[in-house]
Each structure stands twice: as C-alpha cells, then as structure tokens.
Design a binder for this molecule. Sequence first.
Ligand code: COA
Length: 178
Amino acid sequence: MGLRHGARAGLLRVVRPSTWRQWARVANFLGYDGAELREASVGAGARISPTVSVRNGRRVSVGAGAQIGASCSLWAGDSTGRIVIGDHALFAPDVFVTASNYDFDAVPGPVMAAPKREADVTIGANTWLGARVVVLPGVSIGDGSVVAAGSVVTKDLPPGVLAAGVPARVIRKRGEQR
Ligand SMILES: CC(C)(COP(=O)(O)OP(=O)(O)OC[C@H]1O[C@@H](n2cnc3c(N)ncnc32)[C@H](O)[C@@H]1OP(=O)(O)O)[C@@H](O)C(=O)NCCC(=O)NCCS
C-alpha cells in the first residue's frame, strides 16, 4: 500500500509540468554554456566546474592544471577581448571576469544600445582568486598573486603579491611575514 502510494507520488512528480520546465532550464543552461566552453582552449588537467558561465569561448584560454570553481563567469568580448588564465590558477566560487564594458557615455538611451569597449584580461600562473572576486577589462594579474575574497580588480597587479579590497590594492608580498 505504502509502496504503491510512493510510486504514484513519484510518477505524479515526474509528469508535473513544473518538473519539465525545471529540467528544460537546466538543459538550456548546460547546453549554452557547455557549447561556449567547448570553444575555449583548455590546458591538460584543468578542472572547470559544470556551472561555469562562458561567453565568446573562442577568446577564453584556461591553463594546464587550473581550477575554476562553481558559478564562475568568464565573459570574453564579442569581437576582440580575450581572457587568458595561466597554468595552475585557482578560482574560488563566483569569480567574475569580463573583457568588455558598455561605452555608456556614447549614447544617452539604453545602455544595451551602446557600443562595447573591449580589452584583454590576463591572469597569471599560480594565482589564487578568492570567492566573488571581480576582474575588469584590461587588467593583468601577475604570476603567483593572491586576490582576497570579494575584491574588485580595476588595475594591474604585479606578480607575487596579496591584494584586497574595492578597488583591490596590494597589501603585501606573498611569502612575507604578517
Ligand atoms: C586573503 C586571505 C587568504 C587572508 O590572507 P591573510 O594573509 O591571512 O590576510 P590577513 O587576514 O592577515 O589580512 C591582511 C589584511 O588584509 C585585509 N583583508 C583580508 N581579506 C580581505 C578581504 N577579503 N577584503 C578586504 N580586506 C581583506 C585584512 O583585514 C587585513 O587588513 P589589516 O592589515 O588592515 O588588518 C583571506 O582573507 C581570503 O580572502 N581568503 C579567500 C577565501 C576563499 O575565497 N576561499 C575559497 C576557497 S578556493
């Protein structure tokens, strides 16, 4: 009796339209971003979370052994802006990298109608970007640098430093005593 009731409830869940809508959303997300990711250049042994969001994947390059965490976004530009990530870089969840800005000063109306300004982003080898770091167009982060959680990187960072804050500022060299 209990078993039959359970099976019936399970069957009802499967045929419910909301279940199918949910699966359609998941399939759409995975299909779109999966296709973009397949266009990217990915080095040997790199691990990329299936929930990563990629735009213009042919202008995205992820180095060997790098790890890109859950819900990170790698949004390269529509025409030129590339995102280049070095070997063994580690991205915590929710890191957002973009190689493109709207030139919102160029038009008075909707920002979406504005042209885009694109600039390459380079993130060095052996870097660690903490959770929710944002990296803006044109920025270069040197090899081995660490960016603290929640920072917004608006300008270049040299190699081998810890940087934090909004905007991100160098706090100290990596390996130095605190
Ligand atoms: C950067 C981090 C590793 C701390 O490094 P640390 O050397 O121990 O740094 P400290 O805690 O000694 O802090 C040094 C200074 O930076 C500041 N700071 C540290 N993290 C910061 C952050 N996320 N944003 C702003 N300032 C920060 C501290 O307040 C401190 O400032 P003070 O000298 O004025 O007091 C840590 O703060 C961090 O962001 N970790 C990322 C965690 C994460 O995303 N994990 C996901 C796993 S992949």
